[in-house]
Each structure stands twice: as structure tokens, then as C-alpha cells.
Write a protein that binds this ligand. Structure first.
Ligand code: SF4
Ligand code: SF4
Length: 100
């Protein structure tokens, strides 16, 4: 962490970490949760549920922000998230190039 990042309180920033829950046999395969998740947490499984639909699965466990959009958007009440805790964001180092 740079002194500038520390001065602006970057060391105190924490972001929520969500855990996604999917009831696969309730899913009707509309894909809304996959398409509209702001963090692209979900992907289509290559397995069918007992209704014959491809249901969503989690691509990366560490990217869900517990924003709740998938729960809100799912017409079948088949997906939701819970808050697991908070994590520190990965800080990006910004390099400023001087003009030639
Ligand atoms: S809670 Fe938000 S970030 Fe997490 S999977 Fe659902 S839509 Fe994506
Ligand atoms: S929004 Fe609900 S019904 Fe549609 S794919 Fe996602 S879990 Fe399945």
C-alpha cells in the first residue's frame, strides 16, 4: 500500500463477501441471474435439473458481493445470497507516465 492510499483510508475499506445458494430443481433456466449479476459470479451448469433445465452454478466463490440482485430477479425463488463476512479489496497501483 502506498502512503497516498493510506492517507485516503484505503486500508480501512472492506467489501462484503456473499455466499450463493441455489435450489437447482426450482430453476427454470431463464438465465436472468447469470446475465444480470454485476460481478459475473455465475455461469450455466452443464448438468440438467429434474425439470430438464440447465441451472446456474458459481464460477468464482470469492466474487459475490451479496448485492441481492439475483434473489430479486429470479422468478422461481431459486437463488439467493447470504453475507459471509468482509474482505479487503485488492488495491491497484496507478502508474503515472510523464509526458515526453
Ligand atoms: S448476490 Fe449479487 S453479486 Fe452475488 S451472485 Fe447474486 S447478483 Fe451476483
Ligand atoms: S433467475 Fe432463477 S430461474 Fe432463472 S436461471 Fe437463475 S436461478 Fe434459474
Amino acid at each position: 500500500m502506498t502512503s497516498l492510499q493510506a492517507a485516503f483510508g484505503a486500508d480501512k475499506i472492506e467489501i462484503p463477501l456473499g455466499k450463493v445458494h441455489i435450489v437447482k430443481d426450482r430453476c427454470k433456466g431463464c438465465g436472468y441471474c447469470i446475465k444480470y449479476c454485476p460481478r459475473e459470479v455465475l455461469e450455466v451448469s452443464d448438468k440438467l435439473n429434474n425439470k430438464g433445465y440447465y441451472f446456474p452454478q458459481v464460477k468464482d466463490e470469492d466474487t459475490c458481493l451479496n448485492c441481492g440482485l439475483c434473489e430479486l430477479i429470479c422468478p422461481e425463488f431459486a437463488i439467493w445470497s447470504t453475507l459471509e463476512g468482509y474482505i479487503k479489496p485488492k488495491l491497484t497501483k496507478v502508474v503515472v507516465n510523464e509526458s515526453p
